[in-house]
Design a binder for this molecule. Structure first.
Ligand SMILES: [Zn+2]
Length: 193
């Protein structure tokens, strides 16, 4: 949703295509200030410990009560690597070491870009936080597949376990988990809530 009032002069914004532009923008009717809106970046991790991965049950909307991987919005002046480590700490209390970028998703219907890293859990000190009611290690067959919060997380997990399986479980080799960029181009009905 676009802003209603100009951040420069407080006048009402209009939706129009500025001169020499090709997108509809919020433009101030008085001072012509243009408010640019760009996709938000979400960064997160697949924290791995042995044959298990760390997941958290969301304590915040949307999809409260569903399971996810630790991920959240990148802050200004923060690298994607630092953001992924920070979000993992905030949502699971776990400290991780990044192993490499694994999946990027263009989620155009919500103007988000996801970047998920593979990561190694550095200690077994993890647990609930204000953002997660439960934090658990799951093997592939223990994952609550029917209660995954977001399609982007489900696809990341499916790809991860497929890549790990194709490497006969010898998952520490970076080359066995090739980086890929994927598109999510529609909003699945189950994410309406
Ligand atoms: Zn203005």
């Amino acid at each position: 949703m676009s802003i209603k009032f100009c951040s420069q002069c407080g006048s009402t914004m209009e939706q129009k295509i500025p001169e020499d532009d090709d997108h509809i923008r919020a433009v101030c009717g008085l001072c012509d200030h243009v408010h640019y809106e760009n996709p938000k970046m979400v960064v997160g991790t697949i924290p791995v410990s042995g044959n298990k991965i760390l997941m958290c049950r969301r304590n915040i909307e949307p999809r409260k009560g569903k399971w996810t991987l630790p991920a959240g919005y990148l802050e200004n002046r923060e690298s994607v690597q630092d953001g992924a480590v920070r979000e993992t700490l905030e949502e699971t209390r776990a400290r991780v070491k990044l192993l490499g970028p694994y999946r990027m998703f263009n989620i155009l219907f919500v103007d988000q870009i996801y970047l998920m890293f593979r990561a190694e859990l550095l200690t077994n000190d993890f647990g609930p936080t204000s953002e997660s009611t439960e934090v658990c290690l799951f093997s592939e067959d223990e994952i609550p597949w029917d209660e995954i919060a977001f399609e982007v997380i489900r696809q990341t997990l499916v790809d991860f376990f497929r890549d790990r399986g194709s490497n006969n479980g010898q998952g520490a080799n970076n080359g066995a988990f090739p980086f890929d960029i994927k598109d999510l181009i529609f909003k699945p009905p189950k994410e309406n809530s």
